[in-house]
Each structure stands twice: as C-alpha cells, then as structure tokens.
Write a protein that binds this ligand. Structure first.
Ligand code: LAN
Length: 744
C-alpha cells in the first residue's frame, strides 16, 4: 500500500539548518542521524486564515516564492534582524517587541504559530491517512518522524500525553505505531528503545480507549478489546439526561464518528506491515492475546480519570447482553444512518474543516467507510487535513485546531491599544490589517438547521481559529469583539464592522450564559456534571459537559461592559442582568485561599488575572474589597525570588499551585491581575516588569519558555504568541498606571 511516496523528488535530506533558539522549548533531546528535509524549502501559505505548509521542490520555485521572515521564524532559522536600541522604559520595550512581532503578521492580517503540545493528535491524522490510502508526501513523512523522535523521552524511550509529560502507554503506543506507518524500521535503535518502554508499560493492551480504537481500525488489535461506543445513544430522545447532544462539544463530536466506526467494526485490510506491527505491540505473540479480557486494562500512568463502576457495568451489559441478544439489525441500521447524517452535517457546516483534528480524522474514516474511497467527502477531507499541520525546527506536528488566528490577533490588538500605541502612526497599518482580518472572520450566518445538528446560535460570533471552522466560543467572540470595538472607536480606523453586526455578536453572547451566571466555552452547559460518570476516555478529566469558567465569564463581562460604553441602550436590561450573573459566578468560584482554578491556561495565575479583571470592571479593588485583597495576597505569596511567577502544569492536574522557574507569560498574567486590582505596593510589580524586560532579546523578541496552556486538566498545549501579547499588555498597563519611567 504505497503509503509513503517513494523518493522521487531529489530531496537530499541533508541537515543544513542552524536551529535557532526562538521556538525551542524546554526539552529538546539530542538526536542522532536524523533524516530531514531542506528546511529552507518550507513556506507557510495563509489565505484568509487558511494556513498550509508547502515544500518547494525546485530552485526556481524557491526563487519565485522566497521565505518570509515569519516562515524563517517558525522554522527556527536565523533572522538576522538588527539589534534595536536598548530599552530603558516599558514603552521602549513594547516598541521593540512590536518591531519584531509586526514582522510575523501574515498577509491576511492575522498572526499564527505552532499550536502543539498534545501527542495524540498527530497519530490520528496518520492513522486516517493510512486507512484511507492517502499518500503521505515524503517531506511530511520525514518531518513528522523527525518531530516524533525529537520528542521521544531520552531516558525511557517513550512519549507522553503531551510534550512535557512523563511517558504514558497512550503516547508511546500511538507514536510507535505511526512511526512504523511513516516508514521507521523495526530495528531502528530508537524504536527498539520505545518498544522496551511499551512492553514495560504492559504492551498495547494497556492503552486507553482512544488508543485501542485506532489500533482496532488498523487491525493491530481486536475490536473485542475496545469498550463499546454505541451509536444508538444518538437515538435516545433529547429529553433524556444523558443524551449526547448534552455533552461537551468535543466529546460528542469525537464520539460521533467513533460510534459509527465502532458499529461497523471496520478493519483496514491487513498488510505485511500491519501483521508485523501486531507482533511488536504486545508482550506475547498476537495470536495468544485474549483481547476480550483486556477491555478494561489500562496502564496506571494513563489512568487519570479511572472508569467508574457504573460505566464498567454499562459496558458489560452492552457487550454481553445488548449487542449479542437485543440489538436488531434495524436498530443498527437506524443508528448508523442517523450518525452518518450528523457526521455529514458537521462536514458540511465546516466545509470539512471540522471542529478539531481528532474528530476530523475520524470523520474522514467514517466517510471512507460510508461513501467509499473515491468519494467527494474523502477527497475533501484529504484536502483539508493538512490545515492542521505545522512545521517547526524540530519537524512537523499537528496543531490543536486549524490555527489560532482570531484568538491571537484579538489579543495583540488589545495589547497595543492598552499600551496606548494604537494611534502611533508606526502601528496603524498593522492594526488596520488586523481589523480587516477580524472583520472578514466574523461569522455572518447560523448553521443550516442548527437545531437538528444541535449547534449553538453563532451569527455575529467569532471562532477561535477561522470563520470556516465556525464554532462560536464565548471568550473568543468577546475578545474579538473588544478588539474591534477598541479600534473602531479611534478616528484612525475605518468602521468595518457595522453596528448591526456588533449587535449580532452581543445577541449570540447573551444566548451563552448559564443559569449559574457563568459562561462556558462553546455552548451553555446542557447536561449535569454527573455525566462524568460516563467519561470513558480515562486520560482526561472534566470532559463530558460544559462547565463555567472564570476565563470565559470574564471575557464576556469585559466585552459587554465595553459594548455598553459605546451603545448604552441596546438590550440594556439583558446586559445588566448578564453582568450581574457573571460576576456573581466569578465571586462564587473563588477558592478559600483567594485563588481561581484556570482551565485553559496554566493555571492559577491565568484564571486569577481574568477574575481580577472582572472584579475591577465593577470597581472592586484591593483596598475596598476583601475578596480582591485575598486574591492579590495569593498571587503575591507565589512570587519567586527573581521577581517572576512560574507555574508548573502540575497545578492543572492536581488543583494545587505548583511552582516552576519564572516564566515571562505567567509573570505577565500575575501582574496584569495585580494591576487590575490596584495592588497598593508597586515594588513586586516593578520587580516583575524588570524580569520581563530583562529577558527581552536585542531584536525585540522573547524566547520560548515552558508550555502555557491546558485543556481537560491533563493535556498541555502551547500558546507561543502569549510571550508577545501578554508581555506587551502587562508592560503597557504598567506604563499607563505608573508612568513610563526608566526601569533598567
Ligand atoms: C481550545 C483552544 C482555545 C480555548 C480557549 C478559547 C482558550 C478557551 O478559553 C475555551 C476553549 C478553547 C476554545 C479550546 C477548547 C478545547 C480545544 C479545542 C483547545 C484547548 C485546543 C485543542 C482542544 C481540543 C479539544 C483538542 C482535541 C482533543 C480532544 C480531547 C477532542
């Protein structure tokens, strides 16, 4: 099955790049004899936010399409930018940062970056390509292997759930298998080591549910070992408390194609390669494994959320009673039919871009099974999947979404406005382009038959990445709206987004509030948190339903307040009620020690910043409010000796603040919160500002430090642009509050 195209392009695989430090992250194990492409031939194309990486084959092509500064930066190549005048004041530092960061703005006006971290995304894509006989271009295969080897744990040979995590069965099994599919040999020393680790973890039978699912599809595990994913759940009436439409959107959109594929028990035809892999994944020969006895086996390293007793019983009933005795052929057909209908709606609503890479890869396989290998749907998925790929100095990875376009662009705009530089002629063209991008990306229509496919109202909203993906997120809509309002209120900027379109955004935001007053991510919460009982994925926490988040709630609070400033009459009573509710929730979510737990950034510094901004927006500050002073004291007591803040991802897993070395991003979050709260002693804030400024490079950039983001409590994800957006915002707020005096 000619998976990896044979060498036909004259690519020499020689190492000629000098790996720059900009994108380097905390752990970069040294690697020997790595096959690589010519890094100078890679280019990023961005068409209205649709980002794809291209490998140019000929010298002529490279001349016609030269590498941009942004390309070179993303690839970790030297930029040869001149040293800027040394900054003394916070505004000097921001000017330098903008001189640098403005050069990374892409033609449509947005910013981009690597959005990696989770290690289970890339395997999904490769499995889908393998199953659907999609040829993987050789440069992609080479660079994916390079990335995966670069991320191999040098001590034990395994891979984790995310790039900074310890090796797990999930990470190790899936990475091992895809390395083999990508052409890495069984006798490769690195794979021998990985196999050792895999066997130490008990072999593939100890993988979590999502690993077993893919292994079964690939035919290197039997379906008997996979816990049930019954599509008939989609048939239960909507009023049933556990009906899937009530689940968190990522869970139900993954469950959807998974349940279809599970029901068909599809297995890709075996090949010599898959037959060989079968013999590599287990601690005994494949034929001697009793797969049915391993449905519930799982390595302790992966068992972050152990299956509940109730779920185990339900699985037993499904396996031993429902499927063999009760499920009729007509029920199966009905369930599969409705499931495929919903899959097609998701594909159509997003033109096959899909919610995120996990469901996208699975939808492609479902289309392959249902529509056949040469169908339009499979071809369109084949065209779209590469939008998740990202190329960096370590090789090629898969991003968490099809980009960070709207999110990061909105933050940059706000940071510059807060620094008082939006009217500086130097930055007007950059911000105008950002505004044009945001205008272009606003979602203008609801989904077709949104109720049938359980979609949230979205007219007027913004999606985290692009309008094409098209899922409103409460905070992305809010941050983008704020960015638009801030710029459009200045005479230098055109009114690109009309008043009516802004009201559409407000209308949609107001549909997203929970009864608690808080805001969740994509939708209001639709089901009870008892649904966590049905969390079958083992490796993640808090995934089954939406929850209220201080981050999302704050974004909405600040957006609604800003909107009311410009338009005090529109839906005045609704807005004021929404604000009261959101603030009530934020106050209630504070922990007894004064902190807030962050769900999307690491962790207490992130949520603390948001919560304090919310409270400050209604005038609650350190001196007039004990809640705020307690929150400040919490942050202050976590400040490190060097003046910075540094929080380990362990905070997210354990719910307890865990220190690590100071990070510019977390330092910025902490002082933004303190400044919003009007913390009375400026000395700790000054020390933090010095740390941030002191770490700025001569060309204006900050170097990548530890990982910044998180989801589902256990998975970390990189937000590399935060080292620009939040530093600029923090320094800008400082200059605005305390004056732009010399700090260094
Ligand atoms: C994201 C990225 C952005 C993030 C914020 C806007 C920062 C947040 O405030 C709300 C939630 C949201 C939109 C979010 C949700 C979950 C995502 C999409 C991700 C963390 C990026 C990747 C992740 C997704 C679930 C990855 C696929 C994994 C599965 C377990 C399905």
């Amino acid at each position: 099955m000619g998976m990896v195209k044979s060498k036909q392009n004259g690519m020499n695989g020689q190492a000629i790049d000098e790996e720059g430090p900009h994108n380097g992250s905390a752990i970069t194990p040294s690697i020997e004899q790595v096959e690589r492409t010519d890094i100078y031939r890679w280019r990023l194309r961005d068409e209205r936010g649709c980002q794809t990486w291209h490998y140019l084959r000929t010298d002529q092509e490279t001349e016609v399409w030269p590498q941009s500064i942004a390309d070179r930066y993303f690839l970790g190549l030297p930029l040869d930018l001149p040293d800027l005048p040394a900054s003394k004041t916070p505004i000097d530092s921001i000017q330098n940062a903008l001189s640098f960061f403005s050069q990374l703005q892409l033609p449509p006006g947005n910013w981009a970056c690597e959005y990696g971290g989770p290690m289970f995304l890339l395997p999904g894509l490769v499995c889908a390509w393998y199953v659907t006989q999609t040829p993987i271009p050789q440069p992609v295969a080479i660079e994916m292997k390079r990335y995966l080897f670069a991320r191999q744990n040098p001590d034990d040979g395994g891979w984790g759930l995310h790039i900074e995590g310890e090796s797990t069965a999930y990470g190790t099994i899936m990475t091992y298998v895809v390395l083999r599919l990508l052409g890495a040999g069984e006798e490769d020393k690195r794979l021998i080591k990985a196999r050792g680790m895999l066997h130490q973890l008990g072999g593939a039978v100890n993988g979590p549910h999502w690993a077993k699912f893919w292994l079964a599809v690939l035919g290197v595990m039997e379906w008997d070992a996979v816990n049930p994913v019954p599509p008939e759940l989609w048939l239960v009436p909507d009023w049933v408390p556990f009906a899937p439409w009530r689940w968190w959107i990522h869970m139900r959109q993954v469950f959807l194609p998974m349940s279809y594929i599970y029901s068909t028990k599809f297995v890709v035809p075996s090949t010599p390669l898959t037959r060989q892999i079968r013999e590599e994944l287990y601690t005994q020969s494949y034929s001697s494994v009793n797969f049915a006895s391993h449905r519930n086996s799982i390595s302790s390293r992966d068992n972050y959320h152990p299956k509940t007793f109730i779920l185990t019983i339900l699985n037993w009933l499904l396996v031993y009673i429902w499927f063999p005795f009760l499920r009729t052929e007509s029920i199966r057909k009905w369930a599969e039919g409705w499931t495929i209908d919903l899959i097609q709606r998701e594909d159509e609503n997003t033109d096959y871009a899909n919610l995120a890479p996990v469901n996208s890869a699975m939808n492609m396989v479902a289309c392959y099974i249902y529509d056949g290998p040469d169908s339009y749907s499979v071809r369109r998925h084949r065209e779209r999947l590469p939008e998740f790929l990202w190329m960096k100095h370590e090789g090629m990875l898969v991003n968490g979404t099809n980009g960070v376009q709207t999110w990061d662009t909105s933050w940059l705009v706000q940071a510059v406005v807060e620094a008082g530089l939006a009217q500086d002629p130097k930055w007007i063209p950059m911000l105008k382009r950002a505004l044009e991008f945001l205008e272009d990306q606003q979602i203008r229509e609801n989904c077709k038959e949104q109720d049938v496919c359980y979609r949230q109202q979205r007219k007027g909203a913004w999606a985290f990445s692009t309008k094409l993906q098209g899922y409103t997120v409460s905070d992305t809509t809010s941050e983008a709206l704020k960015a638009v309002l801030m710029l459009q209120s200045l005479p230098e900027y055109p009114q690109l987004v009309s008043g009516e379109r802004i009201q559409d955004a407000i209308d949609t935001l107001l549909t997203m509030q929970n009864a608690s007053g808080g805001f969740a991510s994509y939708e209001p919460t639709r089901g009870s948190q008892y649904l966590e009982i049905l969390n079958a994925a083992e490796v993640f926490g808090r995934i089954m339903v939406e929850y209220d988040y201080p981050e999302c709630s704050t974004a909405v609070v600040t957006a609604l307040r800003l909107f009311s400033k410009y338009n005090p009459s529109y839906r005045k009573a609704d807005i004021s009620k929404a604000l009261d509710g959101a603030l009530k929730y934020i106050r209630k979510a504070q922990r007894p020690d004064g902190s807030w737990y962050g769900s999307w950034g690491i962790c207490f510094t992130y949520a603390g910043m948001f919560a304090l901004e919310s409270l400050s927006s209604v005038g609650e500050n350190y001196t007039n409010n004990p809640r705020v002073s307690k929150a400040c004291e919490f942050l202050i007591c976590k400040q490190r000796d060097d003046g910075g803040w540094g929080e380990s991802y362990k905070s997210c897993e354990t719910g307890i603040y865990v220190q690590r070395d100071s990070q510019v991003v977390m330092t910025s979050w902490a002082i933004i919160g303190l400044m919003a709260a009007e913390y009375p002693d400026r000395r700790p804030i000054e020390r933090a500002v010095r740390l941030i400024m002191g770490r700025q490079q001569k060309n204006g950039e900050w170097l990548q430090e530890g990982i910044e983001g998180v989801f589902n409590k256990s998975v970390m994800i990189s937000y590399p642009n935060y080292k620009f957006t939040f530093t600029i915002k923090a320094l800008g707020m400082f200059a605005e509050r305390y004056g732009n005096s010399s700090m260094l």
